[in-house]
Design a protein around this ligand. Structure first.
Ligand SMILES: [Zn+2]
Length: 168
């Protein structure tokens, strides 16, 4: 396993639409292991392949942040099939370190997801997991959570972000 470099806001690769995962391979096992390792290292609840510069429809989620192996999920070519309700809460992104903003997301989300062996299943998530599904699937479509805000607010966030990262 290896920690990979997480690319950050402003990198054009984060804006690309990713390609579907085809046949599973040992390289993809390695990528998944690295994504979990990198997410844990950065104290994230999930990480999408495009965030390490690999534009594939692949992401990992662990809402327990390494505490409970049964919470580890691998998303492969995932698609949202149903959403319900809404939740309002803070959201952050490993590609936009230091920025947390309140964003409305559905309360419950059901996704259709492929397994490494090529079979499909559905997974339902609520609260944090529902938010993580939306956030990671957005990455696969080239969308960052700050893009939900209007231009004025986005500019304020961007200035704050640039200031923070100039200082450090
Ligand atoms: Zn993110």
């Amino acid at each position: 396993m290896a920690i990979r470099t997480v690319i950050t806001w402003g990198d054009p690769r984060l804006k690309l639409n990713s390609a579907d995962v085809g046949d599973w391979s040992p390289e993809l096992d390695q990528l998944v292991a690295d994504l979990f390792e990198t997410s844990l290292e950065e104290e994230g609840v999930g990480l999408a392949a495009p965030q390490v510069g690999v534009n594939l429809n692949l992401a990992v989620i662990d809402t327990s942040c390494g505490e409970d192996p049964s919470q580890k999920l691998i998303l492969i070519n995932p698609e949202i099939v149903h959403t319900e309700g809404s939740q309002i809460g803070p959201e952050g992104c490993l590609s936009i370190p230091g920025i947390h903003e309140v964003l409305e997301r559905p309360k419950k989300v059901r996704i259709k997801n492929r397994r490494p062996d090529g079979t499909w299943h559905e997974i339902s998530g609520e609260d944090l997991l529902a938010r993580a599904f939306c956030h990671e699937i957005d990455h696969l479509r080239g969308r960052l959570f700050v893009e939900y805000f209007g231009p004025v607010k986005r500019q304020v966030i961007q200035r704050r972000y640039q200031k923070q990262h100039k200082a450090s």
